[in-house]
Every structure is written in C-alpha cells, then in structure tokens.
Design a protein around this ligand. Structure first.
Ligand code: C2E
Ligand code: CA
Ligand code: CA
Ligand code: CA
Length: 275
C-alpha cells in the first residue's frame, strides 16, 4: 500500500507538472497568435423571431493553431485573462469586428446590421493602456459590447468604465442573463439596453410550465424596463415557437445558424434581409 501511495504521489506531481507546462506553452503560443495572424472571428446571426430576418451578428473569437487546429474560447480565454494577454486579444477582436462591421454597413442592403463583441471583465479592468484602448476606441455605428453580470456587480471600477462607454453611445448587452445573482433592479442601475437570456432558460422549453413562467416574467419585466431580450442557444423549432408565443422578439442559436466565417455570415445576412 505504501508503494502504491508513493506511486500515486509521483503520478500526481507528474500530472501537475504537465498541466503547468501545458499552460505555459499555451501562454507562449497565444502571445505569438495575438501578435501574429492566428486569431479569427466567427459570426453568429441574431434573428428577429417575428420575420426570421438577420438583424446582426455576435462575434466569437477562434484561434487557428498551426498544430492543434481551430481552438474555441474555452481553450484559451482563461489563459488570456490569467496572463494579461486579454487586453491585446480584446483589442484585436474589437479592431477586427469594427473593420468587418464597417465593410458590411458600407453596402446599402447590409447597412442595418449590428455587431456585438464580447468584453471580459478583466479587459475592462486591465491596467492603464488597454483601458485607454477601449475608451479611446473609435466605435462605428452598430457596434455593441456584451458583458456578464459578474463584471457589473463585482467591480465598481468596471461599472464606471461601462458608464463611460455608455456615455460614448456604445450599446451594452448583459450576457448569460439569469445565471448570476443580478436582479432586474440591479440591471436597471447600469446602462444596459439588451438582456441575453441564457440558454439554460431556453433548453427546457416548451415543456416545463414553471420554466415558461420564469421566461414570461423576465420578458414582461424587460418590456417594462425598455430592454431588448435576445434568447440564446435556440436549437429546435419548438423552442423558437415557444419563445415567440411568449413575446420574445430576438434569438440566436444553432437552429438558425452556427457561428461562421465572415463570408458565410455575409451570405446568411443577404438571404435573410428584413421585410
Ligand atoms: P457566450 O458569449 O455566451 O457565447 C455563446 C456561446 O454559445 C458560443 O460558444 C456559441 O458558439 C455557443 N452557441 C451558439 N448557439 C448555440 C446553440 O444553439 N447551442 C449551444 N449549445 N451553443 C450555442 P463559443 O464560441 O465557444 O464561446 C464561448 C464563450 O467564450 C462565449 O460565451 C464568451 O463568453 C467567450 N468569448 C467568445 N468570444 C470572445 C471574445 O472575443 N472575447 C471574450 N472576452 N470572450 C469571448
Ligand atoms: Ca456573448
Ligand atoms: Ca451568452
Ligand atoms: Ca457564456
């Protein structure tokens, strides 16, 4: 038994060692990726549930890794936040998103499109230079920022930055709404224009009566507060119908379109123009 325990400890040390090495490798490679040409933006359509038209997109970052292939944010955003690379990564996302949005809106038939970009709380709080980058950024019309509840609540400084951005006229969305502790009253204290209803509320629809009641009351309160609601993670036509019946006017999800590269996103928008 003693022998096995010793081996166990060695295995543990070894796997810890491996995870530290993996993390450091990811950090070094991510530094190269941000400086080089390995980041990509994919775009997921935001759909008007009344007529099925595409009102805009959400930008989602990907890393085209030279060896590991296409990586998703879950593989590297945490490392970016922990290592301080999130400022540079976020600046690239904003720059590239703004460039793409300007390109779309330069076409008269796509001039209605909006683009939402995800902003990490760490990015809002990052030391002087990236802060200035965000506040000094030349936001084109139609560009919106998505933040999570924890960003609003945990940190007064982040709240102050969000107010400054709102004063610049940048629309703010509250991401993953309903998963944190914020009440709608807390939401009202911040300059939020859109709630993104987390997909954990969407998944049980249309079945659960209680779940329907929760979504219905969120929609009612949001309407009273003049907030737009976008339902996230719509995967089935039944979910779409249930949300439309409850009065939700916007949605996103695989049932409409997965996040896709800019070319496919353009084709989608052209095939789903508003009335
Ligand atoms: P999020 O902002 O909540 O984005 C929605 C996530 O759900 C995306 O995952 C999207 O691909 C996925 N999704 C969309 N429709 C469906 C659906 O119908 N079903 C299911 N199961 N999933 C769906 P993704 O692209 O892996 O992004 C994960 C998270 O990474 C995002 O969650 C966001 O918090 C973060 N993220 C993405 N891009 C950026 C970025 O540029 N900067 C920062 N700071 N964070 C980002
Ligand atoms: Ca988001
Ligand atoms: Ca979300
Ligand atoms: Ca999320």
């Amino acid at each position: 038994a003693k022998q096995a325990g010793k081996n166990g400890a060695q295995l543990f040390d070894q796997s810890m060692h491996e995870s530290v090495v993996r993390r450091l490798t990811t950090e070094r490679e991510l530094r190269e990726a941000v400086a080089g040409d390995q980041l990509r933006l994919h775009y997921q359509p935001v759909i008007c549930l009344d007529d099925g038209s595409c009102t805009g997109f959400e930008a989602l970052v990907r890393w085209q890794h030279p060896v590991r292939g296409l990586l998703f944010p879950g593989d590297f955003i945490g490392v970016a936040e922990a290592s301080g690379l999130i400022g540079a990564l976020g600046a690239w996302v904003l720059q590239e998103g703004a460039r793409q949005l300007r390109e779309w809106r330069a076409r008269p038939e796509l001039a209605h499109l909006s683009l939402a970009v995800n902003v990490s709380g760490k990015q809002l709080l990052a030391p002087a230079q990236p802060d200035e980058r965000l506040l000094a950024f030349d936001f084109p019309p139609g560009l919106e920022l998505e933040v999570t509840e924890s960003t609003l609540i945990d940190t007064p400084e982040a709240g102050a930055h969000l107010r400054a951005l709102a004063q610049l006229g940048v629309p703010l969305s509250l991401d993953d709404f309903g998963t944190g502790y914020a009440s709608l009253a807390a939401v009202q204290r911040h300059p939020i224009g859109t709630l993104k209803l987390d997909r954990s509320f969407v998944a049980p629809l249309p079945a659960g009566k209680r779940q329907r009641a929760i979504v219905a009351s969120v929609l009612t309160l949001a309407a009273h507060l003049d907030l737009r609601v976008i339902a996230e993670g719509l995967e089935t036509p039944e979910q779409v119908a249930a949300l439309r019946d409850l009065g939700c006017r916007h949605g996103q999800g695989y049932v409409f379109c997965r996040p896709v590269p800019a070319g496919e996103a353009t084709a989608y928008a052209l095939a789903h123009l508003p009335g």
